[in-house]
Design a protein around this ligand. Structure first.
Ligand code: ATP
Length: 914
């Protein structure tokens, strides 16, 4: 069919694709087409296969030197040594491979989770599907902020504008239309009735039929030009990579020194060289970046389980530093399940009963339910509305009502904006069904809602031929457009007093935490042609107001408290009236007495300098539009805060992008905002942000834990060898012992620390400073101190061994001592603030298993007769084991006891103070 879709009429396109413009494809047909056309995806560059990843493990420089040294061993006839070294290197490579493979797999899974969705109509039902499942012939619905999921021929375009720069390079949005275009030589940028994969809906709504999917789309043709967002490194990873280089040079220097001094002292050159290389392999923390990546990846998966999907890895780290979380109110802090509770008609007030989306309920109170004002208000609520009320997936047109009544068990639900859904339910409770009304009064024009305008208008053709405009929106905004008001069933000019009274009623409703919408209408001549906002939205007749509740999410209330304890400020940003915001802010515990609320108007009058000063103190912003969000983020950042900011609509994208941690909504968010964000909330729930912060802090803690462990152990290992050579002792460890020790103690325990449960009080500490070094708060000292303890302790055991027997015995004892030192020490690394007794010895079963298996393997290389010659060990007696265990456990036991006493003393002092 090529590129001629635009020249066909709608019927021709739909007929050609054997689809149905109203009901779409059937599920069965869609499945068959999916099999025929394949997934709707752009082919990606092929990934490195697993075997390449495996061989990469041997590419490390020191490992290559070691392999070369092994080859020399072979050459010298030391076959046993050579084979053992090979096996150990192989085992190391396998473990490294498993780590990296897991990291890669979880990052892949991450991409799948963040995969785009498409809204389609299939078998007459509208629903969301993964965009990859779209097939030619599918009817697709487009809304503002959507990324177009395939190449579509448009069937309907309501003020539809699409930004096609990804395809044409032209950044100005293109106005779209639904009618056929002339055939002929026409460039892509000029085709108005098509929407192309990968472009973005910047305004309006539309409906189209998928004509091409996947690689057959226009985007598919230039797929090579699409760069995938590369996986960014986190600041910590970058800093560790730099540190790694310094450590490598330092280690190499010390190892070279050990070798040189050893040779000068008369040790065998070949043995010294092999020992030096082995020491370098063991001591260089080459695995550190990989373990950090794994820890981040594992953390990311933990976050997914808590409904936070990370799109950009650095966010994991930044989350732990967040000092302010700016959140939208509706849907994030509240449930976004709106229900109209009160209707105000002039001086009358009606209470609306009923729960949820079920259109069963009554209007109780004084007020004429048969009068024109009531009828017009209900009509405005139903007609100026794009939501759909469904039951069990069947959309309720008036005609379906009977059918639905026969199946009373099925749940009611809303498709579309919950605010509009609530109005639809309210109107239905009064007997006004949108689909039925639309049959009599078809919609001619829609002036859509946006957060900036805070209103929406539709123009409908009356049975008489005249036109009627129905408007709804924020009361203060609507009131400004009204010149008349309904009073006692008649239309009269709107007086100053009427206006004051309406604003008072509005404040009263808002003060009860209700979101208030006002309604107005106006007649237009049948031959009106100018449907611009300015022409239509003026001289309106005020009809009344509806107040709807949107209860706070219970989990959000708790999460706000958690934030307070964790030194994080919560800021609520809402388009609602300040009184609604104030009431909801109080309920949530965000707003304390005496705290100030800033409104959009006040923001407009403030200089950036003033706002920077104020921003730290304000916790609720009301009646703001998305552009204010950007101002708020900037002000907070300038004031030195690390800001997390949520957003859903297209206009939120700049603020989300500007913030340190941009957060978008998984359910109600637009594609554009999702793409600008670093994290997507799968459930739109504020408490998931706080959970993610907790995870972010925990992951960082765990990274510090294994950095502490690995580096302390490495310092210990190098020190042992260095001091021995310096003091003229024989080498305390043989090359194979060094390599084995590295294998037994580094991998498993360090990885287990990566999944360590977090400290219980992790959300009771203040946030970390983003530029703080990973070694701050005394970590460097701890590493030096523990490293010295391990080094000196091992030498002590070696020295005792020498006094008990020969070098082989002393080496065996030193070998065991250094391994057990590390296995005990790993428990100390589990918390910087608590002893292992408080943390619980068994609270990390992975670590217990890792340590047990390392210990068993260590015993095996000591006690299994045929392994003894391989690992240069000799049998040990009870006394020798006792010496080893006593010395290696001493620092851990003493450290714990000391800490315990200090803590208790600290507590006593606290009691005394109280
Ligand atoms: P929040 O910040 O609490 O998440 P929001 O910023 O998304 O909410 P908006 O949706 O921008 O708030 O709504 C701002 C105001 O516009 C509301 O207080 C309401 O009066 C009005 N409004 C909301 N939805 C509609 C709609 N569909 N049609 C007309 N007016 C609306």
């Amino acid at each position: 069919m090529g590129g001629n879709w635009h020249a066909l009429t709608q019927q021709e396109v739909v007929g050609y694709l054997k689809s149905d413009a109203v009901k779409g494809l059937s599920e069965k047909e869609a499945r068959e087409r999916a099999a025929r056309y394949g997934p709707n995806e752009l082919a990606r560059g092929s990934k490195a296969p697993a075997w390449q990843l495996f061989f990469k493990q041997f590419g490390d420089f020191m490992v290559l030197v070691l392999l070369a040294a092994t080859a020399v061993s072979c050459f010298l006839g030391e076959y046993a040594d050579a084979v053992t070294i090979m096996i150990i290197v192989l085992l190391n490579a396998i473990l490294g491979f498993i780590q990296e493979y897991r990291a890669e797999r979880s990052i892949e899974a991450l991409k799948r989770l963040a995969a785009p969705e498409a809204r389609v109509v299939r078998s007459g039902r509208e629903r969301k599907i993964p965009a990859a499942e779209l097939v030619p012939g599918d009817i697709v619905i487009l809304e503002e902020g959507d990324r177009v999921p395939a190449d579509l021929r448009l069937l309907k375009a309501v003020n539809l504008e699409i930004e096609e720069s990804a395809l044409t390079g032209e950044s100005a949005p293109v106005k779209k239309q639904e009618t056929a275009m002339p055939e002929g030589d026409i460039t892509l940028g000029d085709i108005r009735n098509m929407a192309y994969l990968g472009t973005v809906v910047t305004r309006g709504r539309g409906r189209g039929i998928a004509v091409n999917t996947g690689m057959a789309t226009e985007m598919g043709r230039i797929a090579g030009m699409i760069q995938e967002a590369g996986q960014e490194e986190t600041p910590l990873q970058r800093r560790l990579a730099q540190l790694g280089k310094v450590l490598v040079s330092f280690c190499l220097f010390i190892c070279a020194l050990v070798v040189a001094v050893g040779i000068i002292r008369g040790e065998e050159a070949y043995q010294m060289f092999l020992a030096g290389v082995s020491l370098a392999v063991a001591a260089i923390p080459e695995g550190l970046p990989a373990i950090v990546t794994v820890a981040l990846a594992i953390g990311v998966q933990r976050m997914i389980r808590r409904n936070a999907i990370i799109r950009k890895l650095p966010a994991v780290e930044t989350l732990g530093c967040a000092t302010v979380i700016c959140s939208d109110k509706t849907g994030t802090l509240t449930q976004n399940e709106m229900t109209v509770r009160e209707v105000v008609l002039g001086e009358d007030k009606l209470i609306v009963t009923g729960e949820g989306c079920d259109p069963k309920g009554e209007f109780i109170g004084r007020g004429d339910r048969q009068g024109r004002q009531f009828i017009l208000l209900m009509k405005a609520a139903a007609l100026c509305n794009n939501a759909v009320l469904e039951r069990g997936g069947v959309s309720i047109t008036g005609l379906f009502r009977d059918l639905v009544r026969k199946q009373p068990n099925r749940e009611w639900s809303i498709m579309g904006d919950p605010t509009e859904g609530a109005l639809l339910v309210m109107a239905a409770k009064a007997g006004f069904w949108r689909e039925k009304l639309e049959k009599k009064e078809p919609r001619v024009v829609e002036l859509p809602f946006d957060s900036e305008r805070k209103r929406m208008t539709v123009v409908c053709r009356q049975p008489s031929g005249a036109l009627a405009a129905y408007v709804k929106g924020a009361p203060d905004v609507i009131l400004d457009l009204c010149t008349h008001v309904f009073k006692g069933g008649r239309v009269v000019p709107l007086s100053y007093r009427d206006r004051e009274e309406i604003l008072r009623q509005n404040s009263e409703l808002a003060g009860k935490a209700l979101r208030v919408l006002a309604f107005a209408c106006r007649e237009l001549p049948g031959n009106t042609e100018d449907f611009s906002k300015e022409a239509v939205e003026q001289q309106l007749v005020f009809l009344g107001m509806a107040g709807m509740i949107d209860p706070p999410r219970p989990a959000a209330v708790k999460a706000v408290q958690t934030c307070r304890r964790a030194g994080i400020k919560v800021v609520m940003i809402t388009g609602d009236h300040q009184l609604t915001a104030c009431a909801v802010g109080r309920e949530l515990g965000i707003l304390s007495r005496g705290e100030r609320i800033l409104t959009g108007r006040e923001l407009d009058r403030m200089s950036p300098e003033q706002l920077r000063k104020e921003a730290g103190r304000v916790s609720v912003y009301a009646r703001v539009s998305p552009k204010h969000k950007l101002q708020i983020v900037r002000a907070l950042k300038q004031a030195g805060h690390v800001v997390a900011m949520t957003g859903d609509g297209v206009n939120d994208a700049p603020a989300v992008k500007e913030s340190d941690i941009g957060i978008s909504m998984g359910i109600n968010g637009t594609d554009v905002t999702k793409e600008a964000s670093a994290m997507v909330l799968a459930d739109d729930d504020f408490s998931s942000i706080v959970a993610a912060v907790e995870e972010g802090r925990g992951i960082y803690d765990n990274i510090r834990k294994f950095i502490r462990y690995l580096l302390s152990c490495n310092v210990g290992e190098v020190l042992t060898m260095f001091l021995a050579v310096l003091t003229g002792l024989p080498l305390p460890l043989t090359p194979i012992q060094i390599l084995w020790m590295n294998l037994a103690t580094d991998c498993l325990p360090a990885m287990a620390l990566g999944v360590d449960p977090y400290d219980r009080d992790i959300m009771m500490r203040p946030p970390r400073h983003p530029r703080e070094s990973v070694f701050s708060h005394g970590l460097a000292w701890r590493i030096a101190f523990s490293g010295a303890a391990i080094g000196l302790g091992t030498l002590l055991v070696f020295w005792i061994g020498l006094s008990m027997g020969d070098v082989a015995l002393a080496r065996t004892m030193a070998f065991n001592a250094i391994v057990f030192f590390q296995l005990f020490y790993v428990f100390t690394c589990r918390s910087e603030f608590h002893t292992i007794l408080e943390v619980g010895l068994f609270s990390n079963p992975y670590l217990v298993w890792a340590v047990l298996s390392s210990a068993v393997l260590q015993l095996a290389v000591n006690c299994v007769p045929f392994l003894q010659p391989v690992f240069n060990t000799v049998p040990l007696n009870g006394l020798q084991w006792a010496v080893i265990l006593a010395v290696s456990a001493t620092p851990a036991v003493l450290g714990t006891a000391f800490r315990h006493l200090v803590d208790r003393a600290g507590k006593k002092v606290m009691y005394l103070k109280v």
